[in-house]
Design a protein around this ligand. Structure first.
Ligand code: 6GP
Length: 799
């Protein structure tokens, strides 16, 4: 956008005066941030409005991305960068005597997601706008985001993340677009005498109001502004008198209260299902209304609208769309079905069976009776049609209603034209194993779309030192075209460039070292290897394998204090689901291992262990640029893709990885000599499954080194972990090590020894690091969304 520094300064001061009636020198950073944010929103609003009108005028096909999670992090810098005024605003504020970084710090992370799936949704929002593609997000405006994690006595404590307390400066409440969503009651079908059609009659429904709050998704210097719409819940005026007590009203408001309510109880699960239907229905109702304004025949709706189901949470979209088309728009079933399948598409994000949602039939029937009837009809027609073509068992296994449950993934696959996985190996596993039955039915529906990352955030915003070296070396074209980073390959043997990159890394390591000291009191040296594992805490991601490595080094050093190894700082960032006890035990053990090692003088600072609390997008922006080693050590076949692996390699870290998820594509991109691969591959893992002959106890018992290391969990070596150490030990021995941690132990240790050697060869390391950065461009989510746009959604760029 066109703006001078002087104009900005004037606008900013005016805004502060109008909004808070105070002088800049009196304002605190929250007030400064809010004034700045609201000014930026005004700058954006023209394009935002204009793009919406243009989409309408051109009857542009739009992709609506339904996701129960969005994890954008902070938006100020990203908006400024994309508008092309980041430096101008920074300078302008500094000239006014204000500290830009401190103002930016005042923004609360928007953390409406748990991890990879939500972060991916936000990367896509950024990339859709930045590639000029008309995309529109639909989600939930949770009052509380993902919990704030603290450690007390080494244990994870979950505190509420009340991110809305000071208001959300980016959002706009769109009161005129509110819609009602209907739950419960009874539904029966009445024949319309004139048409002979069956019309549903709702008795005693509970009507809830969905109110949208929109946030602008600003494209990178292309004047494209898309929309992220988050739905909040209210009680419609007409229903007010039904809720006598405050308690009842609160129960309603709680529907959009928290992200993923605890689903270990029936009530928690029921609330989750309400959330899913609530935002899916609200989103679809407005989409159909919008389409009708185009005055086109309803049966062409799929030509103007694509609806994406991000994991199974919004898969009720299939039935709800059918309900709207049939009940409200009067379409014939078969015509509506054709339009639905053509409109919908679905992404699977995990092969972990516990994440494949299923709802008890009774729950669905009671909560959304009409939608349930429609699901029954879809299921019935599916069985009838498929039974003429396929074997009865196959049809039975793939139907939507079985064992008294509604199988959400089945609904999503049957009711859509595309099912994709998120990395090559994952998509293959879906076809060959996890969803093989569906692949037999619909081979043409299956495809792969390897994940990507919002490259600008993970380079230009979070790693300015690296960005500067790139500008000086290859020019600035990479800033708008990620694949141009590959130009850096021409300098792979240039010592000068390698050195500059190493210096940039050093600056980032210093920033992280300062942060570590500030938050944990632990002093770390930037000469040490910064060895990073950041991701959700889960047994399949194998943080426990990292622990075994750390304990082995500790024991080695205790035995031989003179052992020459390059110093390492192990850096963890991870939240555990509140009801996942094993994961919480791992956190406690890591924290106690940190206490033990960091305070042991004999270790002479050769090892440090740091678990940074409250890992979130903003913290990732400090950790990722500083990493030397990226730990991607999930059991092969279990990590669908991973995206921290992409961020870390782009930032020059060397990946230690199993052949899992997108690690494989990273290996292909950088070449085998620039990544350290270890462990079993997926075929070996599946061989164990087939032969059922893995015996963890035997592995443990026949291996003295491993035995010595593993015993530290239970023999008192690590203080204060009697219960948790036993829990880890039992998971690995008594319960036979579900994720083959022990089987990969030696191979992992060898991989780490290789890292030690490589790190000592500075020239070699720097070259490897450069090659990783140079090949990071292909993991830009700009590229990924273009593939979705072409292959799945059929949308074209506006700009
Ligand atoms: C995650 C996958 O675990 C991760 O491998 C992938 O990179 C990410 O999705 C984005 O595709 N899955 C989830 O976060 C999840 O909740 C149901 O899956």
């Amino acid at each position: 956008m066109k703006l001078t520094k002087e104009q900005f300064q004037k606008d900013f001061k005016d805004r502060l005066h109008h909004k808070f009636s105070i002088e800049t020198c009196d304002a605190n950073s929250v007030e400064l941030f809010q004034s700045l944010g609201s000014l930026i929103k005004t700058y954006i609003s023209g394009d935002w409005r204009e793009d919406r009108l243009e989409q309408q005028r051109n009857q542009q096909k739009i992709a609506f991305y339904f996701s129960i999670e969005f994890l954008p992090g902070k938006m100020l810098k990203s908006n400024l960068l994309n508008l092309g005024i980041l430096d101008l605003v920074r300078d302008g504020l500094e000239e006014l005597g204000l500290d830009f970084e401190q103002i930016a710090e005042a923004e609360k992370d928007m953390a409406l997601g748990n991890g990879g799936l939500g972060r991916l949704a936000s990367c896509f929002m950024d990339s859709l706008a930045s590639t000029g593609l008309p995309g529109f997000g639909n989600g939930i405006r949770y009052k509380y985001g993902l919990f704030k994690q603290e450690f007390i006595d080494g244990y994870q404590v979950e505190l509420p993340d009340a991110w809305l307390t000071t208001g959300n400066i980016w959002e706009v409440r769109k009161d005129h677009e509110k819609v009602d969503v209907c739950f419960e009651g009874h539904v029966w079908l009445k024949e319309d005498k004139q048409t002979g059609r069956l019309i549903p009659v709702y008795e005693n429904p509970r009507i809830l109001r969905a109110v949208p709050y929109d946030t602008a998704m600003v494209g990178f210097r292309n004047e494209q502004v898309n929309n992220l719409r988050l739905w909040d819940i209210e009680i419609p005026e007409s229903e007010e008198r039904k809720y006598y007590s405050i308690n009842e009203r609160r129960q309603i408001q709680d529907i959009t209260g928290v992200l993923y309510p605890d689903d270990s109880t029936y009530e928690g699960r029921r609330l989750r299902l309400i959330q899913e239907y609530f935002f899916t229905s609200a989103g679809l109702q407005t989409i159909v209304k919008r389409f009708k304004k185009l005055n086109l025949p309803i049966e062409t709706i799929h030509e103007k609208i694509a609806v994406h189901i991000n994991d199974t949470h919004p898969s009720l979209a299939v039935a709800e769309f059918m309900r709207i088309l049939v009940d409200e728009e009067g379409m014939e079933w078969s015509q509506a079905w054709l339009a639905t399948v053509r409109t919908m598409s679905y992404t699977n994000h995990t092969i972990m069976s516990e994440a494949l949602e299923k709802w008890p039939v009774d729950m669905v029937k009671q909560l959304i009776p009409r939608v349930y009837q429609i699901i029954e009809e879809i299921d019935h027609r599916f069985v009838t049609e498929m039974s003429t073509k396929f074997d009865g068992d196959l049809v039975e296994r793939t139907r939507i209603l079985r064992d008294g449950q509604v199988h959400m993934a089945h609904l999503a696959i049957i009711g859509s034209h595309s099912t994709n996985g998120v990395a090559k190996i994952h998509s293959d596993l879906l076809k060959d194993v996890v969803l093989h039955d569906f692949y037999v039915l619909y081979p043409e529906r299956f495809n792969n779309k390897t994940n990507g990352i919002a490259l600008r955030r993970w380079s230009q915003i979070s790693n300015e030192p690296l960005s500067q070296v790139l500008d000086e070396t290859i020019g600035e074209s990479w800033r708008s075209d990620a694949e141009k980073i590959e130009l850096l390959m021409a300098y792979k043997d240039d010592k000068n460039v390698q050195e500059k990159l190493a210096q940039a890394k050093k600056l980032n390591k210093q920033r992280l070292a300062d942060y570590i000291f500030k938050t944990t009191g632990v002093k770390v040296s930037t000469n040490a290897i910064f060895d990073v594992q950041v991701k959700r805490l889960h047994a399949y991601k194998r943080q426990q394998l990292k622990l075994l490595h750390i304990m082995k080094l500790y024991l080695d050093l205790k035995q031989n204090p003179e052992l020459e190894i390059p110093p390492r700082v192990f850096i963890f960032g991870a939240k555990a689901a509140p009801s996942y006890y094993y994961a919480k035990a791992v956190i406690k053990v890591i924290n106690e291992v940190a206490n033990l090692i960091n305070n042991d003088k004999k270790i002479q600072d050769k090892l440090k262990v740091v678990f940074l609390p409250n890992y979130n997008v903003s913290l990732a922006e400090i950790i990722v640029p500083a990493a030397d080693v990226s730990e991607q050590i999930s059991l092969a076949s279990k990590e669908a893709s991973g995206t921290s692996n992409m961020k870390l390699m782009l930032n020059g870290a060397i990946t230690v990885a199993t052949l899992d998820g997108a690690n494989i594509e990273i290996k292909d991109a950088v070449g085998e000599e620039n990544i350290v691969i270890f462990g079993m591959d997926k075929d070996r893992v599946y061989q164990y499954y087939r032969e059922q002959n893995y015996n963890a106890y035997e592995v443990y018992n026949s291996d003295l080194t491993l035995k010595r290391v593993l015993n530290t969990f239970v023999d008192g070596t690590i203080p204060n972990i009697v219960r948790e150490g036993q829990e880890l030990f039992d998971a690995l021995i008594k319960y036979n090590d579900e994720y083959f941690t022990l089987a990969d132990f030696h191979s992992y240790i060898e991989a780490q020894e290789k890292i030690d050697l490589l790190y000592q060869d500075k020239a070699k390391w720097n070259k490897m690091s450069l090659i990783n950065t140079a090949n990071g461009g292909r993991f830009s989510s700009d590229h990924t969304v273009k593939r979705y746009a072409e292959d799945i959604w059929g949308i074209v760029a506006m700009k």
